[in-house]
Write a protein of this length. Structure first.
Lengths: 149, 195
């Protein structure tokens, strides 16, 4: 039986897989049939994270939510993806004790085509929601993820 | 043989000083800061700490566990146990900490040797990673602002299980970005609720 951290790790890894499998340059290497592990369907990933009882799942929820927002356009049926995102945000709201409805609305409003911008905005939404000081300025910017070669 | 994967992430953060990022960048705390991937991470002084059986974790050096390593940097070995996709790698990295300055913290790592790979079907194999190097850096912009640029990089290639080496390196196309993002989340959310 996998530990909860292993289950969360598999859930988040699978979400990263789904977000990348149809991206130019990665489609061929991420051939699901040949992978040495079987990515969980998005619905299962969301289920595992949403049903977690341990508050430590917060980090995994942030990772999952931010990556889904970054790659929403690559994840398939938009209505289904938004439903899954909403489930994760509901759990995130419970764990982080923030207004899930407001966070969901803001996350679904992120439409940037540039994945780095979308990712940064998703992080900013969550950070601002959790900030106990309600700072006016989000204390980070200029996220950039680069793959060389 | 597959070319090593090579990724780099960066972000600008506002901090009072680079000092407060020391515990975040410290590889001794990877397992605490990034538990989705790291099961264990700690320094060992040299290879004499290794057991004859590569399946046995090396002896933890308590002195190195608590030391302010940036204050008196020294070469050391970092033992890490990493999990992803049902695999577990027990790996030894040669790490180099650089003297902390008022505006920079930096450490580099390179592969010393991989001890074992545990596969999802229960096999324990010797080795498993033949390239693993990178760095973490927090560097103040130096423009009078409180902005610090965090840069983290990783170059990696997996060699075990040999029967699906290429596909395993394909899997790393998800795991390496995930690892780098995990670090950045630790930086970004460091002051918020610790649960």
């Amino acid at each position: 039986m996998a530990s909860v951290h292993e289950q969360w790790s598999l859930a988040v890894t699978s979400i990263y897989y789904h977000g990348r499998k149809k991206q130019p340059g990665l489609t061929e290497v991420l051939d699901q049939a040949g992978l040495p592990f079987t990515p969980w369907p998005l619905e299962k990933c969301v289920g595992v994270l949403s049903e977690a009882r341990e508050p430590l799942v917060l980090g995994a929820l942030r990772m999952a939510i931010a990556d889904i927002v970054r790659n929403r356009g690559h994840l398939g049926d938009a209505k289904f993806v938004d439903e899954q995102l909403a489930k994760l945000v509901q759990k995130y709201g419970d764990v982080a004790r923030v207004d899930a409805a407001a966070v969901k609305e803001q996350l679904l409003g992120i439409k940037d085509a540039d994945p780095n911008t979308a990712y940064l905005k998703a992080l900013a939404v969550m950070h601002k929601a959790e900030d106990p000081h309600e700072s006016a300025v989000v204390p980070f910017a200029n996220y950039k993820a680069t793959r060389h070669g | 043989m597959a070319k090593p994967l090579d990724y780099q992430n960066s972000i600008d953060v506002m901090v009072n000083s680079v000092e407060e990022l020391k515990p975040i960048l410290d590889p001794r705390r990877w397992s605490e800061n990034a538990p989705l991937l790291w099961l264990q991470s700690y320094l060992v002084r040299d290879e004499r700490a290794l057991a004859d059986d590569p399946g046995v974790a090396p002896e933890r050096d308590e002195e190195l566990a608590d030391e302010d390593i940036w204050d008196e940097p020294r070469p050391a070995l970092l033992f890490e146990e990493v999990m992803f996709g049902g695999f577990r790698y027990r790996n030894l990295l040669a790490v180099t900490f650089e003297h902390q300055t008022a505006d920079t913290i930096r450490f580099r790592y390179t592969e010393d040797h991989c001890l074992t790979t545990h596969t999802p079907d229960g096999q324990d194999l010797t080795g498993g990673v033949d390239v693993d190097s990178g760095h973490s850096e927090a560097k103040a912009k130096g423009d009078g602002s409180k902005v610090v640029t965090i840069t983290i990089s990783k170059k990696v290639r997996f060699s075990q299980p040999a029967s699906f080496r290429e596909r395993l390196n394909a899997l790393a196309e998800m795991v390496v970005p995930l690892a780098l993002d995990h670090w950045l989340h630790t930086v970004i959310f460091r002051d918020l609720r610790k649960l």
